[in-house]
Write a protein that binds this ligand. Structure first.
Ligand code: NAD
Length: 481
């Protein structure tokens, strides 16, 4: 039977399958209302040390369980999440500000991801064999891993690390963002009745918890998702103990739209993927390169589409597409980007608006009409509902511009001519490149970034192998004297 969870009380961190209360607590803010949400624990360094010891003890037996046993528990966990999904979706919207329908998408993906990870056995690979010896690659788990999670997608990005770590035989400690601790704590609570003690733990804390984790000598691997500057700090800190790490960092994805597209068919998808979660997703479309032959027509249709379909408002209400920006600091950054429209003299095809009188962090979408290529709206990841439209005519030029930045998370090409689209796609430096789509991900497909958008890949066999060591096993068939 699925565990019964109280979604309004957070009695402690999830340590060794028990609630570990802390002497101080804190709360996050509901970005739609500015009101405080529930009190949550604040982990101390001792709490982290204790969790690591529990994980080390648990690893001794968990790492020896069979794939079938681990798979069965992961499936049970997915079922228990599914049984509680409506409450988790609501909590996700309350803390992250994403619309309730998008929270539904996040939960659907998470459950599917866990069920797929449960089928992904990393088997030995036969490298060479002759009469005298056999050589394999084998993939033992690392030990105690940690997941450091951002605020924009706390459920999928948290469990997208937990699933691979557990199925490969590791124990994991999850650290949610202080802005969004709630769903991850409840997911840990659901896991308490499923996994053995110490296998899956969740610590909510303050800004010092992340650095304690990356410095901890007994944590063997950190999977981090967040911004590029923090990713660099994580890598520097992990280097002190030569910890393994995977970094999933910021993006500034280009979509290249060719002159042969049927605008009415591709425009809704491109526009929605530009403003999904109010522009606060790493692989939202953030720069639209539109062929000059269709530029004006596309621009006008996009403005019309946003006005008619992408309403800003309460994310709990069906029909809202643009919820609030998630937190006060991000709100100030987005406001500053909107202020640049006038300061820099950018032409706005859609002006957008900051809702100054609301207690929540609401901003209406803006579309900037062909700004200079070196303007901030093109070169920076705004993480708000504001995108630039840019004109192109020559293929070589648009590829150079799309590849010009330090980021390389995702990119897309839109064209009826698949040969042309693939020729362009293969020149794009990004971890995921889509033709006539953007944003697609799957649990069995590696996801990550080129250049400063990341290091290593998450998901897929490649992603799961990051939670293992590579061990070459040489088996000589005779004992030589
Ligand atoms: P952030 O870098 O501020 O924080 C991410 C996490 O790191 C949080 O849990 C935070 O508490 C923790 N942290 C902060 N300082 C730390 C330190 N010194 N050591 C260890 N941990 C530390 O990022 P954010 O603002 O939460 O998320 C937004 C960013 O994440 C955007 O740039 C976005 O593009 C990126 N992102 C990337 C992906 C991806 O898969 N590539 C997915 C989602 C978000």
């Amino acid at each position: 039977m699925a565990p019964i969870i109280d979604f309004e009380n957070f009695p402690g961190n999830i340590v060794n399958n028990e609630f570990l209360p802390t002497s101080t607590t804190r709360h996050s803010i509901n970005p739609s209302t500015g009101e405080p949400l529930y009190e949550v624990p604040v982990a101390t360094k001792d709490d982290l040390d204790a969790s690591v010891v529990h994980a080390q003890v648990a690893f001794k037996t968990w790492s020896r369980t069979s794939f079938a046993e681990r798979s069965a528990l992961l499936l049970k966990f997915a079922d228990a999440i599914e049984a509680n999904r409506r409450e988790i979706e609501r909590l996700d919207t309350l803390e992250s500000g994403k619309t309730i329908s998008l929270s539904g998408v996040e939960l659907t993906m998470t459950i599917a991801w866990l069920r797929t990870f449960a089928t992904m056995e990393i088997k030995d690979e036969l490298l060479d064999e002759n009469d005298e010896r056999t050589i394999y690659s084998t993939f033992p788990p690392i030990g105690v891993c940690a997941a450091i999670v951002p605020w924009n997608w706390p459920v999928l990005l948290g469990l997208g690390k937990v699933g691979p770590a557990l199925i490969t035989g590791n124990c994991i400690i999850v650290k949610p963002s202080p802005y969004t601790p709630y769903c991850d704590l409840k997911l840990g609570e659901i896991g308490m009745s499923i996994f053995p003690p110490g296998v899956f733990q969740v610590l909510s804390g303050n800004d010092d918890l992340g650095p304690w984790i990356t410095e901890h000598p007994s944590i063997g691997m950190v999977s981090f998702t967040g911004s590029i500057p923090t990713g660099k700090r994580v890598a520097t800190s992990c280097a002190k103990t030569l910890k393994r790490y995977v970094l999933e960092l910021g993006g500034n994805d280009a979509a290249i739209i060719c002159d042969d597209v049927e605008i009415d068919k591709c425009l809704p998808k491109i526009t929605q993927l530009s403003f999904l979660h109010s522009g606060q997703i790493c692989m939202d479309v953030k720069r639209l390169y539109i062929h000059e032959k269709i530029y004006e027509q596309f621009r006008d249709a996009m403005v019309d589409y946003v006005r008619k379909n992408l309403q800003t408002g309460n994310p709990l209400e069906e029909g809202t597409f643009i919820g609030p920006v998630q937190n006060g600091i991000q709100f100030e950054l987005v406001k500053d980007m909107y202020a640049q429209i006038e300061k820099q003299g950018w032409k706005a095809a859609l002006e957008g608006k900051v809702r100054e009188t609301s207690k929540g962090f609401f901003v209406e979408p803006a579309i900037i009409d062909n700004p200079p290529e070196d303007s901030r709206i093109v070169t920076e990841e705004p993480f708000g509902p504001i995108v630039p439209l840019l004109k192109w005519s020559a293929e070589d030029d648009v590829i150079e511009r799309a590849n010009a930045l330090e980021t390389g998370l995702g990119a897309s090409v839109w064209s009826k001519d698949l040969g042309r689209a693939e020729r362009l796609a293969r020149q794009l430096s990004a971890g995921s490149v889509w033709i006539n789509s953007h944003f697609d991900t799957a649990p069995n497909v590696p996801f990550g970034g080129h250049k400063q958008s990341g290091a290593g890949m998450e998901w897929g066999v490649e992603g799961l192998k990051h939670y293992t060591n590579s061990r070459s096993l040489w088996v000589w068939k005779k004992v030589f004297e």
